[in-house]
Design a protein around this ligand. Sequence first.
Ligand code: SF4
Ligand code: SF4
Length: 490
Amino acid sequence: MMNRFQAEKYPHINLARLVVGEREFHFEGHWIRGKPWDRFGLYNSYVIVRHDDEVCFMPAHAGELVPGSTEDLVAILGQFGSGSLFAPAPMTLELDPTYRCSSRDCGGRCFSSAYRRRSPHATIPSELLREIIIDFATAGGRVVRFDGGGDPLCHFAVRSGELPELCQHLNLKSTLLTSGDLFEHCDLHRLAQADCYVRISLNAASNETRWAFHGNAVPLDRIFAAIRQFADGLARENSPLPIGATFLLDRINFHEVLACAIRARDSGIAHFAVRRVLGPEALRPEFTTKEQSAIGDLLSAVGELSDEDFKVFVPWRDLNDPDVNPANTELYSEHCWQSIFKTVIEPDPATGGFCAQLCGRYRGGGLGQLQQMPPLFSSKDGAGWIDKWRHSFNSYFISRDALPNTCVSCIDRGFIFMMDRLVRFLGDPTKGFSVFHLFSRDNTQNEQAAGSCITRRGRRPDPLSGGLDLVDFGAGAQRDDVYSVEAPGG
Ligand code: SF4
Ligand code: SF4
């Protein structure tokens, strides 16, 4: 398949060219090359070439939260059964090993405080976690994300590096989202050896603000010192593994976002993501007009720090933009692809085992959110959970295709839109396809065309093309190798 087409860029002009057999396609923007970490955060669109040479352009996630997403998507799509909506395993397992957290409530913005307050010490035993991860790998899963409600570093089997190391031995990617409070107590060397992508919630540049926000007294200097130590260890190993950090915007900390970004950059952080508080209004800060204007200026300055070694992500939606309400027809999708490709496993305080939830919105059954949902299942059998997950497609009281008309608050629209377009365009993914990565300024206008696949057919304008002109470009193009992800046809 690789030789059927070629992708090129033009000198001095922001236009990407793709030749497929006798036809050529032009896209505003430029191709993004390289391996997953090179591409991370840099593309915002996919160009897909299907097995029959049809081509589709669509907005795409650049893997802000999970590494290497294109390869993982392609691998999982290749496992879809003929006519089946799901693969033998989810692509991503969001694994919350414990409800414990050494921060108090992150300025009252903690999405999990309502359910964790009821069972603050709920934990999945280490042996059970090992079984869960092994079952996931055996069934063909790809990414383990150690996550919370709660801080995964409060679980010794994560802090010691044992579970990330197990993931590596099983050829799984792993990533770890943490408050950073306990980072200095981790086996940093083992975490680095395990190739685990760590993302730390910084949320401040001074102790006073950090303590006010996190509700504890862990000195920020110690968190930054541990990050520096981790970064130096990676550099000594010549590892391409970056370190990520986040900053959750609130009224009590926004004024330190720029200073925090600078400290993060100088401590060896490679990805700095500023995030909005999501969820019900009660959890969200209400910024005054003056504060919003100050935040706008600060985020522009943060954006200017961005360069090849320090990638910056700032919210492009309005700070007060509410979550999507699928039940109010705000999420057009044939299925909830989030709960098809990913699942959440967390402690089950009632049984001492674990339970699986549809998505992050329903951690803790959704307690504290606008809507509650029962878990997909509860279990103490770490070696049999994937079977139960597969069974849930038929047995759960709401089907995956009814969810986009049922849930009242969804934070995963980007992934769901992308997958809806991708899967509908591919038809049968097992016939093979190729994915090219593109950065296009026209991407956002196309995102508005929710649910429509923007298809380009040669030089004929397509009614769904969202206003992008196809340009007939003559000689003078320079060839350039473009990395594409290939899914071989079955
Ligand atoms: S670090 Fe996470 S789990 Fe802990 S209090 Fe903050 S938001 Fe909640
Ligand atoms: S909230 Fe969104 S991601 Fe979660 S189950 Fe509902 S539709 Fe799916």
